[in-house]
Design a protein around this ligand. Structure first.
Ligand SMILES: Cc1cc2nc3c(=O)[nH]c(=O)nc-3n(C[C@H](O)[C@H](O)[C@H](O)COP(=O)(O)OP(=O)(O)OC[C@H]3O[C@@H](n4cnc5c(N)ncnc54)[C@H](O)[C@@H]3O)c2cc1C
Length: 245
């Protein structure tokens, strides 16, 4: 595991997805340390003085690929004071500090994999999905990806590319409110109203007893999905949670 490093970054690009959800493309002053898909970084807005303490920061999943360490991407939603500061203070061309890598939410299961992603929680899976290749065996991958609106399925293109490359990846989309634009839809039977649910995915999971389950998203979703999996007798060690609090 790489030793965490502190890096100053230029903010190269800010993508405003609407509804106070943003993606930041950060260009560190030197290449980022090696990291694994699913790990996270700390982001600080105030300048870091190497002789002093690390400033206040929050953690964000690294959404970009470990193969490109010249740019680092994170996606965040405004929830409280710190992310509100991020929204108002971060500007393209500005500077932020990050320290990385951290965390062990790394998908290393040799068997079937089931992913539950809610909102910006998909960013813990994007690097994994981008690197996914067709399995040699009859391994299967199931993804349930939900957001408040269809427009907030912001990594739909990454998921679509991955599913096109890997037929063993089965995707179900969940949208809480609003219409689903026809240009986004694909197979209409794979779009469901409401929140990400275990019940809706259960029939897609070929071998539930031999699968590993990974959940990433807001705290309420993590709790609901994990409780439902336990109620279906999924072993606790097969349930992996990216605890966001
Ligand atoms: C391992 C890990 C990875 C994370 N990755 C991401 C990421 O990729 N993108 C992202 O946007 N956030 C991510 N988070 C959450 C992020 O670090 C902040 O906790 C969150 O954005 C709230 O920060 P805040 O300072 O604005 O709110 P705070 O001022 O700290 O809290 C304000 C309120 O927000 C609530 N809150 C805290 N976290 C969340 C949350 N995740 N969802 C809903 N309500 C919350 C708190 O209960 C509190 O009431 C991650 C957290 C962890 C631990």
């Amino acid at each position: 595991m790489a030793v965490a490093q502190k890096l100053q970054c230029a903010v190269e690009r800010i993508v405003d997805h609407g509804e106070h959800v943003y993606t930041l493309v950060l260009r560190p002053d030197r290449p980022a340390p090696r990291f694994r898909a699913g790990q996270f970084l700390h982001l600080a807005l105030d300048p870091y003085d190497p002789t002093g303490f690390w400033p206040e920061s929050r953690v964000f999943s690294i959404a970009s690929s470990p193969d490109d360490r010249s740019a680092v991407r994170v996606t965040y939603a405004v929830h409280g004071q710190f992310t509100a500061r991020m929204e108002s203070e971060i500007r393209e061309g500005g500077r932020v500090w990050i320290k990385m890598p951290y965390g062990d939410f790394v998908i290393d299961s040799p068997g079937d994999v089931v992913l539950f992603a809610g909102g910006t929680g998909i960013s813990a899976f994007t690097a994994y999905l981008e690197a996914l290749s067709p399995p040699a065996s009859d391994r299967s991958y199931v993804l349930g990806y939900g957001a408040r609106t269809a427009e907030l399925l912001i990594y739909k293109d990454v998921v679509d590319r991955s599913a096109a490359r890997v037929p063993a990846l089965d995707v179900t989309w969940f949208v809480e409110t609003g219409a689903i634009p026809s240009s986004r839809i694909g197979d209409p039977t794979r779009w469901l109203p409401g929140r990400v649910s275990v019940a809706a995915l259960w029939t897609q999971i070929r071998r539930p007893r031999e699968s590993d389950f990974y959940i990433s998203g807001p705290p309420a979703m993590l709790a609901a999905v994990a409780a439902d999996l336990r109620a279906r007798q999924v072993a606790p060690e097969a349930i992996h949670i990216d605890a966001w609090e």
